[in-house]
Write a protein that binds this ligand. Structure first.
Ligand code: HXC
Ligand code: NAP
Length: 284
């Protein structure tokens, strides 16, 4: 199904490409012939991922960039275009998230997550769309959201993320209509739980809660990275040319069993929240 040259004409700008699902997608896209330009704030994971791609004969480069800063995004986009001729694909994967009792959040905590997820996705989309539209270059955008991004869903305890991802989903469906005439296709993927260091360290309050999540899952397991990477490759490929403005859920039917991935944190006793919050205070 996945021919080795499926993505050979793709030059992909992938945000948050040094770690977790971004890294897994980068490796898979490169295996399928794409050239990858990765961005993130930390240099080490970006360099390491690029080195791995280069080792197996793929093409990859990176730049450090905070997606909250539009000028930094513009600079990274220019560097990426220079590196690969022209970027024709964007994957908005970078995100920030953590569990918290919403009444304890500071305004800055809310802004930190919304700035990365919603503003960051808009910044990257806008920076490239301006180029694509003026150069009459057909292109493709893929946004990584979450199952609780659906407007009638949401989730307690991750409210900044739920607000921001819902915004990204609204951007996806809106621009699919507005920019179809420019031959720009824009879709989203809503993953269920896929173990990554970034997500697990911020979202799993205990081993017990992780076991509870797995036990409650209809398939009794979490997602495998290659499952998500293959779905993303398909959606970016020409095989999916008539799919536009769609959000594909990949969660093994988890959200059908009970919407709002973190709503079960209602089960957490006050004392556990105090421990989680105390540990954070000690660190900072
Ligand atoms: C409450 C918190 C907090 C927490 C940070 N803050 N962590 N508040 N609980 N756990 C507050 C800080 O006190 C500060 O507010 C403000 O948020 C900004 O924090 P900084 O550390 O200065 O921000 P920054 O360095 O920009 O880091 C952003 C971040 C961080 C989002 C807070 O976690 C991060 O860098 N995340 C990137 C990676 C990530 O989150 N990966 C997971 C994606 S998983 P004050 O008022 O004190 O200044 C995902 C999965 C969804 O999205 C579904 C999963 C199944
Ligand atoms: P992750 O490894 O923590 O990925 C987040 C990436 O975003 C990191 O590489 C991080 O790199 C980058 N990033 C964060 N803030 C940034 C900023 N301001 N500017 C540029 N880059 C930034 O977590 P993940 O689990 O792989 O998540 C990847 C995507 O999948 C996210 O969109 C997430 O919401 C989504 N998702 C994940 C799950 C899951 O179960 N894992 C479920 C649903 C949705 P730096 O820190 O170096 O900047």
């Amino acid at each position: 199904m996945f021919q080795r040259d499926l993505l050979k004409d793709r030059a992909i700008f992938l945000t948050g490409g040094g770690t977790g699902l971004g890294r897994s997608m980068a490796l898979r896209f490169a295996e399928l012939g794409a050239r990858l330009f990765l961005i993130g704030r930390r240099e080490d994971p970006l360099r390491e991922t690029c080195e791995e791609i280069l080792r197996f004969g793929g093409a990859a480069a990176y730049a450090t960039c905070d997606v909250r800063d539009y000028h930094a995004v513009e600079a990274a986009a220019a560097k990426a275009d220079q590196q690969f001729g022209e970027i024709n694909t964007l994957v908005n994967n970078a995100a920030g998230n953590f569990i918290a009792r919403t009444e304890k959040l500071s305004a800055n905590a809310f802004n930190a997550v919304v700035g990365i997820v919603l503003n960051g996705s808009f910044h990257c989309t806008q920076a490239f769309a301006k180029r694509w539209i003026s150069r009459k270059l057909g292109a493709n955008v893929l946004n990584i959201v979450t199952t609780y991004a659906a407007a009638n869903c949401g989730s307690g305890f991750v409210v900044p993320s739920a607000c921001a991802k819902a915004g990204v989903l609204a951007m996806t469906t809106s621009l699919a209509v507005e920019w179809a005439k420019y031959d720009i296709r824009i879709n989203a993927i809503a993953p269920g739980p896929f173990p990554t260091e970034g997500a697990w360290s911020r979202l799993m309050p205990s081993k017990q809660f992780e076991e509870h999540s797995k036990e409650k899952h209809p398939m009794k397991r979490f997602g495998r990275h290659e499952e998500l990477a293959n779905l993303a490759a398909f959606l970016l490929s020409d095989m999916a040319e008539y799919i536009n403005g769609e959000c594909v859920v990949i969660d093994g039917a988890q959200w059908l069993r009970g919407a709002g991935e973190f709503n079960d944190l209602l089960l957490l006793p006050e004392s556990t929240w105090e421990t989680v919050e105390g540990a954070r205070e000690k660190k900072s």
